[in-house]
Each structure stands twice: as structure tokens, then as C-alpha cells.
Design a protein. Structure first.
Length: 392
């Protein structure tokens, strides 16, 4: 099986879908077979299933989630993985559909042309009927189900013994089930980037990077579409395969269709430390511009994102984990609308029990809170869940 280098990226171009709808990292059992089949069952309670600011709808939820994964080295240089998961959620008190089905499909193909040149392609398709992170400020008790398709690509090659080149690309398509949300939010986001790096010493390299982003809405694009160009520099630092640090500083030039253009700083910093088997600390900070859930009043949002996560092996069979994201932001008002300040907090804790190679059980608690100058965008939500997974 080929070995691709470990890279720590936060706010970058590669991402993975969560295996469980929980904020805290949930450890998985080691997979030692080419074909793996697992079934997860659980019971949870959600205090605000639609993310409403008032008159919240709460419900107990029964979940059954089978999954199949295939992982294999096709040759000494080519690696393939694919997986499909079905999640059936049965709500006791959901208006409309009580039984909803979610689907996620992912395929990864990686090929090493040489020890230093490789390409990595990732395709992920998600139909989420019970979204993990709900939108703030949508009409009261609106179904926020969506479909997302995302294709990531990464090509790495050396230019000289200590100098390398990385080309990256991502295309993400969003489609919402609700017609009103779809008219406003259905869109395609395309991001491409080119980075050059130079190793000062084996564990430290300097990086210069250019990125281009295009956001294209399916409807009323002449008022909502935008493009951004990023120019940044930074460094990646890795010590003994246990500590990784990545930092980027630069600027963004954003052109908005039908609205004022903007030049803004851009920053991302992340660190991860593996201090023991199945135990680590990770965190970071990002400052960037992002899309909003209210495109009628706002062009986008300036976001400060401070995040952290931890996983600790309490014993050989018990693993505790936690995560928190703190996001002060300012929604940028269109002409005639004022800017709005708001703060979003998402936090989760989990306790996972791994009694055997085939069985795992977990208890999770997740909390969402949005404080906003606009009362219609405020949100409180709590989810508590118990579940067990059996791997065949």
C-alpha cells in the first residue's frame, strides 16, 4: 500500500465527512480487512430539530445506520477506497415526514508516480435529511435538508531537491430540499490553488500560496455571485511525527456582483499534537469571508473562527473526546441594510467504549448557541445521544 505524507490542513482544500453526526471526534475501530460492513443503532433527543429562534420543535430520534467500506491497494502505487452509508432517522415529533433517510457516498483514488510525486482525488456525495449544523435565521421550523457533492483534487511534485509544488482544486455543489431555501442558497463553490514550498530543514518548510475562488448561485446570480483571489505566505512545521503546525497569512480581494468589492486580510493557523496512542490535542484560528444563510440582506460574513478538539484514551477500552468552535462574526449588509454582529458557539463531548474488535458504544452531547443583534437569527439547540456499532 502506498504511503501518502501526513498533512495538517484547516480551512484548506481537503475534507472528510463525519462518520457520526456529533461534534466531538468519535474514534473508529481499526479496519484490517479490504471489505468492512458495520451497523450503528442509537437513540437521541434534539431540542430544536429545525434550528428555530422561537417555538422550537424537540423530538426523540431513533437511528439505524448501516455502512459498507472498501479499501485496497490496486497496485504498489495506487490506492482506492470507497464507502456508502445509509442513515434512517425516526422522529417522534417531527412535523411532516417522521422517517427520513440520509445517504453518504465517498470514493478516494490516490496514485504515486514516484516517491515524491503523487495525485489524490476525493469524491463525496451527501444527502442530509437531518443536518448536523443548522442555518441561523431561516423561516420558522423550515426543513433544512440538503444535497452536497464535493470533488477534491491534490497534485504534489518536486521542483528541486528541497523545493516542491502543490496544485489543489475543490468543487462543491449545494442543493436544498426546501424550495424557498433552494431559490436563495443553491450554488456551486469552486476553489483552486497553487502553492510552492521550500524546506529549510527536514521538519520545517516555508510556503507561498495563491488561491482563486468562484461562488456561483443557481438563481439571481447577478446579485449574489462573487470571486475572490487570495495571496498568502506561511510555514509548515512537523516534529517527530507527533506535533504539526501550519500557518498562513495574506489577503483576499473579493469582487461581488451587484455590490461593493472588498479587500480583507486572511489568516489560518492550526496545530496538532499526538501525545499518546489514540490521544491528541488540536486547535487553531481562521479569519475569512464566508457565505451567509440570508443572502437577501447580506452579501457575506467576516468570520473569526477559534476551534479546538481533544481525544484522550482513558484506558485501553475507553476514549473521551471533546470539541469547541467559537465564531464571532459580522454579517455584511447589502445596500440599505445594516451590518449585524453575532457569535456562534458549537461544542460537543463524547465517551466511547471499545470492548472488542467488533463492538463500540458511545454517548455524546452537542450544544449550539447563536447570539445575534437580529433576534430572528438567535438559536439554542442541544442534542444528547446513545449509540452502539457492530462491525462484521
Amino acid at each position: 500500500m502506498i504511503k501518502l505524507s501526513r498533512v495538517l490542513t484547516i480551512g484548506g482544500l481537503l475534507a472528510a465527512l463525519p462518520a457520526v453526526a456529533a461534534y466531538a471526534p468519535i474514534p473508529e475501530q481499526d479496519k484490517d480487512k479490504t471489505l468492512n460492513v458495520a451497523v450503528r443503532a442509537g437513540l437521541s433527543h434534539d431540542s430544536n430539530i429545525f434550528g428555530a429562534a422561537t417555538n422550537e420543535v424537540d423530538s426523540a430520534i431513533w437511528t439505524l445506520a448501516p455502512r459498507i467500506d472498501y479499501t485496497a491497494s490496486l497496485t504498489d502505487q495506487t490506492f482506492l477506497s470507497a464507502g456508502y452509508g445509509l442513515t434512517l432517522d425516526r422522529f417522534d415529533r417531527r412535523p411532516g415526514d417522521k422517517l427520513v433517510d440520509s445517504h453518504d457516498l465517498n470514493v478516494r483514488l490516490a496514485h504515486a508516480f514516484s516517491k515524491a510525486t503523487n495525485i489524490d482525488l476525493n469524491e463525496s456525495f451527501l444527502v442530509s435529511r437531518n443536518p448536523e449544523s443548522l442555518l441561523a435565521g431561516v423561516p420558522l421550523n423550515t426543513d433544512q435538508s440538503f444535497t452536497r457533492n464535493q470533488l477534491d483534487g491534490r497534485f504534489v511534485t518536486p521542483l528541486a531537491p528541497k523545493t516542491g509544488l502543490t496544485a489543489k482544486a475543490r468543487s462543491t455543489y449545494f442543493k436544498y430540499r426546501n424550495d424557498s431555501l433552494g431559490r436563495n442558497l443553491d450554488r456551486t463553490e469552486t476553489l483552486v490553488g497553487l502553492a510552492g514550498d521550500h524546506k529549510l530543514v527536514p521538519e520545517l518548510k516555508l510556503v507561498g500560496e495563491y488561491r482563486f475562488q468562484d461562488v456561483s448561485y443557481r438563481r439571481s446570480g447577478d446579485l449574489k455571485d462573487k470571486t475572490s483571489q487570495y495571496l498568502m505566505a506561511g510555514a509548515d512545521y512537523e516534529v517527530a511525527q507527533k506535533t504539526s503546525v501550519s500557518a498562513r497569512l495574506g489577503g483576499e480581494r473579493r469582487r461581488r456582483d451587484g455590490e461593493r468589492d472588498l479587500t480583507a486580510p486572511f489568516a489560518e493557523f492550526s496545530v496538532k499534537h499526538d501525545y499518546a496512542p489514540k490521544s491528541y490535542l488540536a486547535g487553531g484560528y481562521v479569519y475569512t469571508l464566508e457565505e451567509t444563510s440570508d443572502v437577501v440582506r447580506f452579501t457575506d460574513a467576516k468570520v473569526h473562527r477559534i476551534f479546538g478538539s481533544a481525544q484522550h484514551a482513558v484506558s485501553a477500552l475507553v476514549i473521551a473526546s471533546a470539541s469547541v468552535t467559537f465564531e464571532p462574526s459580522q454579517l455584511q449588509g447589502r445596500r440599505g441594510f445594516a451590518d449585524v454582529d453575532e457569535t456562534t458557539v458549537r461544542a460537543g463531548v463524547a465517551l466511547t467504549y471499545l470492548p472488542t474488535k467488533n463492538w463500540s458504544a458511545s454517548a455524546t452531547f452537542d450544544h449550539d448557541r447563536v447570539r445575534s443583534d437580529d433576534p430572528a437569527r438567535r438559536l439554542r439547540r442541544a442534542r444528547i445521544a446513545l449509540g452502539a456499532t457492530y462491525a462484521f
